[in-house]
Design a protein. Structure first.
Lengths: 265, 430
């Protein structure tokens, strides 16, 4: 029987271009370019390597607004077989709890799964909650912060990068694995695969299709209450233009002010 | 049988327009763009002149993400200490809007969306490597070891046409064909811009400058356009001048421009949002490639369609119209299923009878005017001394205007027979 792999992905604003609305203090998503969360690209690559090795059916799933289509197409173009976007206005404003619930319910609806992959965390909220949350909702084992993942005969072997060193674990499927950012190099999309991905397209599932009540999900299903947000004040930097000829004087000045040290000291 | 009727390379104004026209005529078209999203690698001043879009998107003036219509168009010479310019503001420009300032990151995304809505398959984030040839005929594109086939390919790659060059359809660019444009987008509140440039809401200011203060024979032009709540400001410097003067850097030139005593106050208090640079087509008709062949056509900047007479810079209008003409040629050719060189010659013929090629021919050699020491050094210096003579009141007897003009001209070496001939030849080219 063919291995069933699910990869959880998220579309995030490009962290280089993030703009905070000064009035609402929310991310202004309309002004920024949306990209696939980088760690999720590593998660997909880990899944595709297992597919290359033993053969597998790789399904990417995401929860998000319709514009997440570009991320879903991108994942198909890298080699995923199926893309499902859980998208519904009831899902809006979710914190990590109903997000995990929604994704877990989507996975249950798909049916059989052997390995679920997720990125270690998203670059826009950096909680790292959703992957482990999904494992808990589905009541399966989880391996977090994996730097390398392999599969053989019903077992996933993974290296976990911990503060004290590396831990190698071997866990029987079904299991959820969260993958470290930059732990592999994701393969390129090609024009051929991208054309096929656009032709194939993604599936969009709403709360009804997934079998969730509106009050369980989105902002209504979220226990988090945001009391206050404030921007971090940017430090004023003394931007000073110096002439190359004046470099010696500047070095002396910095040395005297003890900002610059000589190596021997 | 080909997978697509036509493949269009590049989703700028030329490529998107071609794709919209083709898809609207029920052609199965693939539009491939290397940047993601479309427009994120494109740089233009930019003012979109004319109403070329109306033939493919009739309501574009209402729906396109344009910034402001040009209500005041200026040209000015800058010297170290002075600015001498002409401002043209007109109610007539309010009634009949002839130019709009645009930000390409927004415009190109919108055009690509229109192409998708019309039924084109739009793929971005993938770079086509080269054209696929079979028996001397272009039959598709190659990427990542795969061949995607089509009856014909329309190349709209912009100022740096890599695929056309690598496929031997375009000669390598030489220094005289291109300039470098460097641009900053500086954000300022809409109200501040309106106040600073004396604009009503929605109205915009566009100005081209001659940077007459540059040293060592370096020639550069400047531009400043108002967007809704930002200002696009930048310079265009010829590649050969940069190359000849190792000590000259394009970033120094833009800094000297934005720091000029009569430019800096216009930008004061703004935050730089974007900094970008791009090649600019400058070669004129002399550096145009062959525009069509077996199974292919070239449109937009790749084809060398841009225009600058120092008073106005244009390119997007030529891009849009050449893209549309290429699409129409394809549609015509598809009736006989003949995409050979002789069938696609129709593209050249249609361009010749449109303003696109007529302008290119009328202004043949204009680049020798816009890039000349006469315009960049002598004229600014002469104008400055003339104005100073006119307005400096030093208790001395005044001269007639003509006398002052002649004095100012002779001070700047402009009364020699050779200079007069040069000026006359230039005037004719403009």
């Amino acid at each position: 029987m063919v291995l069933e792999i699910i990869v959880m992905v998220k579309q995030v604003p490009d962290s280089q271009e993030v703009v905070i609305d000064p009035v609402t203090m929310n991310l202004n998503r309309s002004l920024t370019r949306n990209v696939t969360n980088s760690a999720d690209e590593n998660a997909l690559e880990a899944a595709l390597r297992i597919k290359d090795k033993v053969g597998a059916n790789v399904t990417v799933i995401s929860m998000g607004p319709p514009q997440a289509e570009t991320t879903m197409i991108e994942c198909l173009a890298r080699g995923a077989d199926r893309a499902i976007l859980a998208s519904d206005r009831f899902f809006g404003g979710a914190d990590t709890y109903p997000t995990g619930l929604t994704i877990a319910a989507t996975i249950s609806k798909i049916g059989k799964f052997d390995i679920i992959f997720a990125g270690e965390e998203s670059s826009d909220s950096s909680t790292g909650h959703v992957g482990p949350g999904v494992a808990e909702f589905l009541n399966i084992d989880q391996i977090t912060y994996a730097s390398s993942v392999d599969y053989e005969d019903g077992y996933v072997t993974a290296d976990r990068e911990l503060e004290g060193g590396t831990e190698t674990v071997r866990v029987p499927t079904p299991v959820l694995v969260t993958v470290l950012l930059n732990s592999n190099s994701p393969r390129m999309q090609t024009l051929r695969r991208k054309i096929d991905a656009v032709k194939k397209g993604m599936e969009v599932w709403d709360h009804d299709k997934i079998g969730l009540q509106p009050e369980w999900v989105g902002v209504r299903g979220s226990p988090t209450i945001v009391r206050k947000m404030r921007p971090i004040k940017e430090r004023e930097r003394a931007a000073k233009k110096i002439d190359v000829a004046g470099l010696g004087d500047l070095a002396r000045e910095l040395y005297e002010k003890k900002i610059l040290k000589l190596e021997e000291e | 049988m080909s997978e697509f009727d036509a493949i269009v390379i590049g989703a700028g104004p030329a490529g998107a327009s071609a794709a919209i026209r083709l898809a609207s005529s029920k052609k199965n078209v693939l539009l491939v763009e290397k940047s993601d999203p479309p427009g994120s690698k494109n740089v233009s001043g930019g003012v979109l002149w004319g109403s070329s879009l109306s033939s493919i998107i009739p309501d574009w003036e209402k729906s396109a993400p344009v910034e402001r219509f040009v209500d005041t168009k200026s040209v000015a010479f800058l010297t170290q200490d002075s600015k001498i310019g002409i401002d043209f503001s007109s109610k007539k420009l309010q009634q009949k809007k002839t130019g709009y300032t645009v930000l390409r990151a927004k415009l190109d995304q919108w055009l690509a969306r229109k192409a998708k809505e019309a039924g084109a398959m739009v793929i971005n984030g993938v770079t086509v490597e080269k054209l696929h040839m079979e028996n001397g005929k272009v039959t598709g594109v190659e990427q990542g070891g795969d061949v995607i086939t089509s009856d014909a390919v329309i190349l709209c790659e912009g100022a740096n046409p890599r695929v056309a060059i690598d496929s031997g359809l375009h000669k390598r660019l030489s220094d005289r064909d291109v300039a470098i444009g460097v641009k900053e987008v500086i954000s300022l509140p809409e109200a501040t811009i309106n106040e600073r440039f004396h604009l009503k809401s929605g109205a915009g200011f566009a100005c081209e400058y001659v940077l007459g203060y540059l040293q060592n024979g370096v020639e550069a032009g400047g531009f400043l356009y108002t967007n809704k709540d930002s200002i696009s400001v930048g310079i265009v410097v010829s590649m050969s001048h940069l190359r000849q003067n190792d000590a000259t850097h394009s970033f120094d030139i833009i800094e000297s421009f934005t720091g000029h005593p009569y430019i800096a106050p216009l930008l004061e208090g703004g935050n730089m949002q974007e900094y970008s640079a791009h090649l600019v087509q400058e070669g004129g008709i002399g550096s145009m490639p062959k525009l069509y062949g077996n199974g292919y056509m070239i449109a937009g900047d790749s084809a060398g369609f841009s225009f600058s007479n120092g008073l106005v810079l244009q390119g997007m209008n030529y891009a849009i119209d050449s893209g549309i003409i290429a699409a129409d040629t394809f549609i015509e050719a598809s009736k006989g299923m003949d995409y050979s060189e002789s069938a696609l010659k129709l593209y050249q013929d249609r361009l010749e009878s449109s303003y696109v090629m007529k302008d290119m021919r009328t202004f043949k050699g204009i680049e020798n005017v816009t890039w000349s020491p006469f315009v960049h050094k002598k004229v600014p210096a002469m104008l400055e001394s003339l104005m100073l003579n006119l307005f400096m009141e030093e208790g001395k007897p005044k001269k007639h205007m003509t006398g002052m003009l002649l004095d100012a001209m002779s001070e700047n070496d402009m009364l020699k027979a050779s200079s007069i001939m040069e000026a006359y030849r230039m005037m004719r080219r403009m």
